[in-house]
Design a protein around this ligand. Structure first.
Ligand SMILES: Cc1ncc(COP(=O)(O)O)c(C=O)c1O
Length: 375
């Protein structure tokens, strides 16, 4: 059994993927090219954005977003305490300070009340300039964008949506990637829309931000092309081969994979409701279920379940065992008295089960039975 069965997906999409890849190989157009252009067009259309700019990975997408927003030394970038390090790592690289906020106890996304408290604390201290908020759609579940957007507006902060885990997810009729001045995503193979290597993308509506990101990702190129360098940028582009792989995968996500993820989640929900804390998805929203994460009663029970699953050779993961404020690299970031009670509790109790659109009922039953045996 696989945690994420990329082999089953490959078997389903093999012919189309190979046709596209052969075409790239025949045409030898490896950097940029028709598949990249078509992918950007389809991704922009799907997310309802005016622009999509592909790049080398999701971390670069965030770095490019931070660079485009002019984030640097002296700036505070607010981010949930429960996420992957990429959400603010590039801001830190640019000299900014990561200010972590607690998460909500239901969706595990950025807690609006904690965000506002941290913004006020930064303002009161008068050392850093509050600059941006990274709203992370953790585990595939979307943030409370209405509340976070209102706070960003009130305090004049730029909202960046980190949709690395949520491609396809919905929020009151809008897709992940459609929130914030800039949204970013990742095409890491295990993501809801993954390629065969690294890949990422940015989404925005503003023409000047689109121009700026396209310049930044090709060494700060100017109107005269790639040897007309007008700013310092990076080299971060999506390969044509990866775009050739992503196009059939995007179609599959739209046609059936997203719905199949809901079926898998519903099966687990039915089995575990009332016994463990099952994922909460707010009304009017649909999760991409990048992960299916449950909360045990306490960390002792979680560890017992995880050990039993390992014994039965059932793959499982912990996303994430350590909140950001406790990572060695971030231990000295200012906390402003925040205790991160919800993030600490989540990290102590969480574990994730196999989740992918190709799961058979037989495999689901094996997973469910193994968890129930411990309970
Ligand atoms: C929330 C989040 N943001 C950003 C990233 C970075 O994506 P990438 O691995 O493509 O750099 C990841 C990847 O795991 C992620 O989970």
């Amino acid at each position: 059994m696989q945690f994420i069965d990329l082999k089953a997906q490959y078997a389903a999409l093999k012919d189309e993927i190979h046709k596209n890849m052969d075409d790239v190989m025949e045409n030898t157009q490896f950097i940029g090219g028709t598949y990249v252009k078509e992918l950007e067009r389809q991704l922009a259309e799907f997310t309802g954005r005016k622009h999509c700019i592909t790049c080398a990975n999701g971390t670069d997408a965030l770095q490019l977003a931070f660079m485009a927003c002019g984030i640097g030394a002296g700036d505070a970038v607010f981010c949930p305490d429960m996420t992957f390090i990429s959400s603010t790592e590039p801001a830190k690289m640019l000299g900014a300070t990561s200010v972590f906020c607690d998460i909500t106890t239901d969706t595990y996304t950025l807690c609006p009340a904690s965000l506002e408290k941290q913004i006020k604390a930064v303002l009161a201290e008068e050392k850093l300039t509050p600059k941006a908020v990274v709203a992370v759609d953790i585990l595939g579940n979307l943030c409370d964008f209405d509340a976070i957007g209102a706070i960003c507006e009130q305090y004049g902060l730029t909202m960046i949506e980190d949709a690395a885990q949520s491609f396809g997810a919905e929020y009151h009729g809008r897709h992940a990637g459609s929130f914030g001045t800039i949204a970013t995503t990742s095409f890491f193979p295990a993501k809801p829309l993954g390629c065969y290597g690294d890949g990422g993308a940015l989404f925005c509506d503003d023409d000047s931000i689109d121009d700026l990101c396209r310049s930044l990702c090709v060494h700060g190129k100017g109107p005269g092309g790639k040897y007309d360098n007008i700013r310092i940028g990076v080299n971060s582009r999506l390969d044509n081969l990866q775009a050739a792989v992503l196009l059939p995968k995007l179609k599959a996500l739209r046609d059936y994979e997203f719905e199949a993820r809901q079926t898998v989640a519903a099966r687990y929900n039915t089995a575990f409701v009332g016994k463990l804390v099952t994922p909460f998805v707010a009304q009017g929203c649909r999760s991409a279920y990048a992960q299916y994460a449950l909360l045990a009663k306490d960390s002792a029970q979680r560890n017992k379940i995880v050990a039993h699953l390992a014994e039965k050779k059932i793959p499982n993961m912990i996303y994430y065992p350590t909140p950001q404020h406790e990572l060695p690299v971030f231990r000295r970031e200012p906390r402003y008295g925040e205790t991160f009670a919800a993030a600490n509790d989540y990290c102590a109790r969480t574990f994730s089960l196999p989740m992918h659109p190709y799961q058979t009922e037989e495999d689901a039953k094996a997973v469910i039975d193994a968890v129930l045996e411990v309970l």
